[in-house]
Design a protein around this ligand. Structure first.
Ligand code: ATP
Ligand code: MG
Ligand code: FE
Length: 339
């Protein structure tokens, strides 16, 4: 089977064709980094407008690249949430129009499920269940992935997401947007032990995350004028990593044995974090799986793949976009975060 995937939930406009035997047949992606950089973050109105301008030609381009017609598709999968509602609506409405024109099933995909299943696109041997650290710009969760659509959340953040903490640190250090890759690069030149920073919630019995206090501490350390930016970046990254390791230990202990530790989402592109997690997995006799970098940050191949995993499903053409859409609806809300 072959599925067209459409992604527009944040500031990447993307389309991709993926087959059920894990081939990314064609793929286009346009980032809006330059449009949002002057504001230091994604501006929803600018994002939605850019998606509307770029998406249709992009879909046409991937179909042309692959030499595939609408009617030959087995499904059209589009992100239906969570995310910036204007952008999500642009992608979902386009998918509905294409589904209607080609008489092809529509699959409304949860963007977080796209991230959560992306490691299975990259690795045919990754079977359910697995422990997933989902770390992106808007989310920071530890889940037990039991099957398609079956997620048990063990931890979430009570304030900022990990990617958000990288982005805010980058802003404090004047590194521009998006911040994660820039902080990682600068950290290479700094001393991770130079600046004393807190490890919020470390040692707490619940596995939840908190990064707001860490960001404030970076701001105070910067304002003190006593530290170089490279040392600040390296010390921030080390503190964030220590938090992840501590929280992950508590969550994995609570989860019980699972054969694989998996990381996904934009922050999974961070090499220091990947390498450290690999050691955690080895220490626990677990396999470690991380998707290739290009599958970590937002892309349409992961959405098309989620469609492949859900082939047979057909959502009504009046299905609504969802600004919020938790992977585990049973999970207790925690302070600060909706889910
Ligand atoms: P969500 O998936 O929660 O809706 P999103 O789609 O905006 O949020 P992604 O595109 O999955 O998030 O990830 C983007 C985030 O990943 C940004 O916060 C960015 O700074 C972070 N990021 C990307 N590369 C790196 C890196 N090398 N190191 C640390 N963080 C990174
Ligand atoms: Mg982005
Ligand atoms: Fe994302």
């Amino acid at each position: 089977g072959i599925v067209l995937g459409i992604e527009s939930s944040c500031d990447e406009t993307a389309a991709a064709l993926v087959t059920t035997d894990r081939r990314i047949v064609a793929q286009r992606i346009a980032s809006q980094d330059e449009s949002h950089a002057p504001y230091g973050g994604v501006v929803p109105e600018i994002a939605a407008r850019a998606h509307a301008e770029r998406l249709a030609p992009m879909v046409e381009a991937v179909m042309d690249d692959a030499g595939v017609t609408l009617a030959e598709l087995d499904a059209i999968a589009a992100t239906a949430g969570p995310g910036l509602i204007g952008g999500v609506m642009v992608g979902l409405v386009s998918a509905k129009a294409l589904a209607m024109a080609g008489d092809v099933p529509l699959i409304a995909v949860n963007h977080l499920e796209g991230h959560a299943l992306s490691p299975r696109l990259a690795d045919p041997d990754l079977e359910f269940p697995y422990a997933l650290l989902l770390v992106s710009g808007g989310h920071c969760q530890i889940l037990r992935v039991e099957g398609v659509g079956r997620y048990r959340r063990f931890a979430t953040t009570i304030d900022d997401a990990l990617g958000e903490a990288f982005d805010k640190t980058a802003k404090i250090l004047g590194l521009g947007f998006p911040g994660g890759p820039a902080v990682e690069r600068l950290a290479l030149e700094g001393n991770p032990n130079a600046v004393p920073l807190p490890r919020p919630l470390a040692g707490s019995a619940e596995p939840h995350f908190s990064f707001a206090g860490l960001k404030s501490a970076v701001l105070r350390a910067k304002e003190s004028g006593r530290h170089g930016d490279a040392d600040l970046a390296a010390s921030f990254q080390q503190a964030a990593l220590d938090c992840v390791l501590d929280r992950l230990r508590v969550a994995l202990d609570a989860m019980g044995p699972v054969p694989a530790l998996v990381v996904a989402g934009g922050v999974a592109a961070n090499k220091v974090i990947r390498h450290t997690l690999e050691r955690v997995a080895t220490g626990r006799d677990m396999r470690f799986v991380a998707p290739p970098m290009a599958l970590c940050t937002d892309n349409a191949a992961m959405i098309a793949w989620a469609g492949c995993e859900r082939l047979g499903q057909s959502d009504p053409l009046d299905i609504a976009a969802r600004p919020r859409w938790p992977l585990d609806p049973e999970a207790e809300p925690v302070r600060g975060a909706g889910y």
